[in-house]
Design a protein around this ligand. Sequence first.
Ligand code: NAD
Length: 311
Amino acid sequence: MRLPGPARSALDRLPFGSPAVTSASDAAAGANRRVLITGGASGFGLALATAFLERGDRVIVTDLAPTDERPAAVPADASYLRLDVRSEDEWRAARAEVERIWGGVDVVVNNAGIAQGGRIDLLTEEDWRLITDINLLGVARGCRTFAPMLKAQGSGRIVNTASLAGLVHPPSMSSYTAVKAAVVAISESLRWELEPYGVDVSVICPSFFRTNLAASLNASDPAAAEFAGKLIDRSGRSADQVAAEAMRALDAGTFLVLPDGEARRSYRAKHFLPVAYTRIMRAMGAKAAETARAGDAGPGDVGAGTTGTSR
Ligand SMILES: NC(=O)c1ccc[n+]([C@@H]2O[C@H](COP(=O)([O-])OP(=O)(O)OC[C@H]3O[C@@H](n4cnc5c(N)ncnc54)[C@H](O)[C@@H]3O)[C@@H](O)[C@H]2O)c1
């Protein structure tokens, strides 16, 4: 989202960026925690796995590759397990493995996800079902699978990877914004639900950054997918940078983690500069419609290159 310079600096000075600090039961770095991460063979999940390992934690990385075809990118000191977050059976198997090797878990990171871009009239029912199954139900399954273990322990943290798109909702990406907003909502509900049991919850909402995410973009609206892919691939932020900021916030026991300046500014603009926010979003929608009408179908690019939308 492109904001004028004075508005940017005013938003940067506002007193909160990652509001709502919870207890910090798992805050101690190097605490030898037991950490399970979904979608951990690439991008943000891999960067988080590496960061946890560097702190002295024990990590099980899970992803789509079969267990005996461990992806080369997975760090040597992490365990690896296949876990398609769409599969109840594989979630049960992951819980059994965690019980077998660790007897419990301290941090469950529901991170696996795909990208999707598209105008509402071009996104298909199949697109909606796929992104819901992975990005929303995949998170819900992870929470359902491990909540009983965490509650029985009376300790631990669930960390859900949402997106800035779960907090601010630009045009031409309604399926993605919808499921990410739902992940923010699940996280807040569980925060209040699990707090009495000594279990903390965090939700991470980054703006776009460079990973392999663009490879998962759908083909229903090629122009929108291409635009979204450019925002990811051309971002100035790396997964390691975003993970480092996110880890600092997790160490502080933060609930809502906004791990980059773009995410913090956009979130604050929605709340504190509603007129400017509305103007920018309206301009993005108008540009998208204009481009589509001109036959060169594609979403608006207001702010692209400097700030852009979120993934
Ligand atoms: N990259 C960004 O700009 C950005 C911004 C905000 C949020 N996010 C979120 O970060 C998370 C990680 O994405 P990333 O950017 O690292 O992308 P990525 O493609 O590099 O990594 C995603 C990982 O999830 C795995 N995955 C996909 N479907 C799966 C399934 N059904 N079961 C298990 N694993 C599955 C992939 O194999 C891959 O390893 C996603 O939830 C994404 O929505 C990314």
